[in-house]
Structure formats: structure tokens, C-alpha cells
Ligand binder design. Structure first.
Ligand SMILES: Cc1ncc(COP(=O)(O)O)c(C=O)c1O
Length: 438
């Protein structure tokens, strides 16, 4: 199955071989690596990217969900260029951070806001804030949920055995002994943990699980988690790193639920690094000198702040969401038709501009169901899509994202290629690496 990939991407292979001599696995983030070697890209514009061999791809990965504005968006580019002429970093608070904070407060219905640069930093800080506020040590996370690359939450992200499993070497047991794992969409499992443990200060979750494809959330379950947490003085953190930019007011707004802290990242700054920790005043007020540490040289730098202001005010408007959601719906129904016609076990899910497919008879609702999918078939589908010029998603646990720059023609091409790829996958498996190490 790799024959086409080898033939089409010779320069990526050459670069990979050189890169591995100086960059472990040739990539700057483990998630960019895949067997037999990763793609090396040169540039992107709108809905397309080009690799070092000159291949053009319609991109549905969009920087792991960052680029709802599309690659190299003209409005963002101009704003960032103008901002840079005035300074990229000032070393004091940038005056326009307040404007952005007000926009976030209104859009996401929060009292106070602090900025970081990445989702990892923001979830790490959110845990510290929640512990300081609740004065309790333990945190609950859900199996299969990913909250970034820091030790305390890099646990049971993609486990292959029972128990509490660090998802990386180098995480000592002592560091994760206060992390408890519940099963997603299973209120009993959450309740049991609360019953059996004292000292639980916070629960963190992706309100729509987007690191296992895209698992739908049972609303009763989510409501139950929030209610039980309230009853037990547990701070509720919605990690909306991915979901925050996919609906106007994120998943919390969509579900009409109010967590105590929201973490928002990825797409809100039009492709620049910016993340948000936002929440209720009494909780956010624990941050400050001599209280809870929150720092970062690049936090709220002028480039990211200006990019976020134009992204939220001028680009990710109601009309933009309408466009992205509509195209995503067409893609979803196209996949459902393909599944039916090809008589293959294939399930499809979608939420807003994102969706995913599973080579499984039904949509999984938990990590345990998710790992039953046939990832060998997914591997064949993935490489067949690449060889036809479509990046359908970044990996077997990821999802498609539609940008404002995608067109109906992009969707039509995606579905035409998917039809071929899925037919091929019916009888052919291409093993992908399911390593639990992130
Ligand atoms: C839900 C969620 N939280 C946190 C992160 C980490 O964000 P970052 O890669 O910006 O550190 C990710 C990244 O994919 C994510 O999906």
C-alpha cells in the first residue's frame, strides 16, 4: 500500500532521512510522525497545501484543527504584518490584550481571562488554578481524552492495558498518583470515583472527545458530571482547545452548560499561537503574584492578540460558521452514502465543522469502543486519500475540519476520493502504529 506513497513523496523521504540525524524521528511534534515517514510540507493557501515534491492536497487537517480561517488568510496576514511593524513582543502588557479579553468574555460568557500560547500550557495552568481554588489535590480525567503534553494529564490517553497508564516514558508514578481516570459517557464510572476518593479538586474533559476521532457526547452524562461536581465542590474544567472555535460560543454554549473554567485554543487566533484560560471571577482571582503562578514570555504577544481579534471579530462570524457547518454536513452525508453502498462496516460522526469516520459497525461512545475499530483499514484509506491529493485528517484518532476557504468542489473531490479509498480498504489492511506513547 505504501508503493504510491513512496513514488509520490521521494523528496519527503530524502528530507526525513536527513532530519532524523538531527531531529528525533525527523519531526518537532510526535503527532506529525507516521510510518513509513512523515510528509514534509512547503506552503499552504486557503484549503490547500503543497509538499516538497510539489504535490497539491486539499487539506482537512488544517494544522490539527487550527486553521478554520484557511491557510495564510489574507485578513490575518495583513493584520499580523501591520502588528509586526509596531513590535512582535513588548515585554510589558500589550494594550490590545484588554480588547481581546472583552471579546472573549462576551463570546464565551466568562468573567475573567488569562492568555497563554498553547493548549498544553493552558490546561496545565487550569489544573493549578482549580487545585488552588478548591484546596484539593486529586483530579479526574477521562480515558482517551488528550489535554496536551504535560505530565499530570498525559495519562490514559491511548492506553493498551488496564489501570493508570502514563502515555509517555519519563512520567514518574508519583507525578500521576493524583490523577484519576473515568470512562467517557459513563456517569456511573465518574460517580464511583467520587464515592471512592476524597480530596478531588477538579475534573477536566474535552466536552466533545476529539482525540478519539469525534465521539458524540451524551448530554445527560455531561449534565450529570457538572451536577455531581457542583455537589462535591469539584471545579469543572472544559478543555475547549479544539471545540472552542468550532461553534460561536464553543461546546459549553452549544450544550448550554457552564463549566467553572474553560480552556480555549487552536483556531481562535487564525493560525497564531494563543490559548485562553477563562472562568468565573472568584476562581480566576486566585491567579496573581504570591498566589497562583501563571506566566509566559510570549503570553498575549501583539501578533497573536491582533490575529485573534480579527479572527473572532471579522472572520469567524455566524455566516462563516454556517458555511463550514453546511459543507461538513454534506461531507458527513456523503460518507454515510459511501458506507451504505460499499457494504463496509463504517460509521460516521460530525459536530459542526468537524467529523470523523470509524471502520466499525457503530459510532464508538468510549475509548474501549473506539479501539475496536479496524485501524488497518483506516491505514489503507489514509494512504489512498493522500495519493489522490486529499489529507482527510491527521491520524486515526483525529477528525476533519472545514475552513471558511473550503468549497463545495473540495467536498465533492474529497468524497470521490473517499469512495475509491474505502473500496480499497474493504479488502486491504495497512497497519498503523497505535503506540500508547504520545
Ligand atoms: C483537547 C486538547 N487539549 C489540549 C491540546 C494541546 O494543545 P497544544 O498542542 O496547543 O499544546 C490539544 C491538542 O491537540 C487538544 O486537542
Amino acid at each position: 500500500m505504501f508503493e504510491n506513497y513512496y513514488a509520490d513523496t521521494i523528496n519527503s523521504k530524502v528530507l526525513y532521512e536527513e532530519a532524523t540525524t538531527i531531529i528525533p524521528y525527523g519531526v518537532s511534534s510526535n503527532y506529525r510522525f507516521f510510518d513509513p515517514y512523515p510528509l514534509y510540507l512547503k506552503r499552504g493557501k486557503g484549503s490547500k497545501v503543497w509538499d516538497v515534491d510539489g504535490n497539491e492536497y486539499i487539506d482537512f487537517n488544517l494544522g490539527f484543527g487550527v486553521l478554520e480561517v484557511g491557510h495564510s488568510n489574507e485578513i490575518v496576514a495583513e493584520e499580523v504584518y501591520n502588528a509586526f511593524k509596531e513590535s512582535s513582543i513588548l515585554g510589558f502588557e500589550y494594550c490590545k490584550a484588554i480588547e481581546l479579553a472583552k471579546i472573549i468574555k462576551k463570546r464565551y460568557n466568562v468573567d475573567m481571562v488569562r492568555f497563554s500560547s498553547t493548549g498544553t500550557e493552558a490546561t496545565m495552568h487550569s489544573i493549578r488554578i482549580a487545585r488552588a481554588y478548591s484546596r484539593k489535590k486529586k483530579i479526574i480525567k477521562f480515558e482517551g481524552h488528550y489535554h496536551g503534553s504535560h505530565d499530570q494529564l498525559l495519562v490514559n490517553v491511548n492506553p493498551t492495558k488496564e489501570g493508570i497508564v502514563p502515555s509517555s516514558l519519563g512520567i514518574p508514578e508519583e507525578v500521576i498518583k493524583n490523577t484519576l481516570i473515568a470512562e467517557w459517557n459513563n456517569l456511573e464510572s465518574f460517580e464511583k470515583i467520587i464515592r471512592e476518593n476524597k480530596d478531588i479538586g477538579a475534573v477536566i474533559m474535552e466536552p466533545i472527545a476529539m482525540n478519539m476521532g469525534l465521539i458524540p457526547t451524551k448530554l445527560d452524562f455531561l449534565k450529570g458530571v457538572v451536577e455531581l461536581s457542583r455537589e462535591n465542590n469539584i471545579v469543572v474544567i472544559f478543555d475547549e482547545t479544539k471545540t472552542g472555535g468550532k461553534y460561536n460560543s464553543g461546546a459549553a454554549g452549544y450544550f448550554n452548560l457552564e463549566p467553572d473554567i474553560k480552556v480555549i485554543g487552536k483556531s481562535i487566533a487564525g493560525g497564531l499561537p494563543l490559548s485562553v484560560i477563562a472562568g468565573k471571577k472568584e476562581i480566576m482571582s486566585v491567579i496573581g503574584p504570591g498566589k497562583v503562578a501563571h506566566g509566559g514570555t510570549f503570553n498575549a504577544n501583539p501578533l497573536s492578540v491582533r490575529a485573534a481579534i480579527v479572527t473572532l471579530e471579522k472572520i469567524l462570524t455566524e455566516n462563516a460558521f454556517y458555511h463550514m457547518h453546511r459543507l461538513s454536513e454534506i461531507l458527513e452525508s456523503g460518507y454515510k452514502d459511501i458506507a451504505e453502498d460499499s457494504k463496509i462496516e463504517l460509521s460516521v460522526t460530525r459536530w459542526g465543522p468537524s467529523g470523523s469516520i470509524y471502520f466499525l459497525d457503530k459510532v464508538p461512545m468510549s475509548y474501549k469502543e473506539f479501539i475496536k475499530a479496524d485501524f488497518g483499514k483506516w491505514g489503507t484509506y489514509f494512504f489512498a486519500m493522500l495519493s489522490q491529493g486529499v489529507i482527510p485528517m491527521a491520524g486515526f484518532n483525529e477528525q476533519w475540519t472545514i475552513s471558511i476557504k473550503h468549497s463545495e468542489e473540495d467536498i465533492r473531490k474529497h468524497l470521490e476520493c473517499a469512495d475509491n479509498a474505502i473500496k480499497l480498504a474493504k479488502n486491504k489492511r495497512t497497519e498503523v502504529n497505535l503506540d500508547e506513547s504520545f
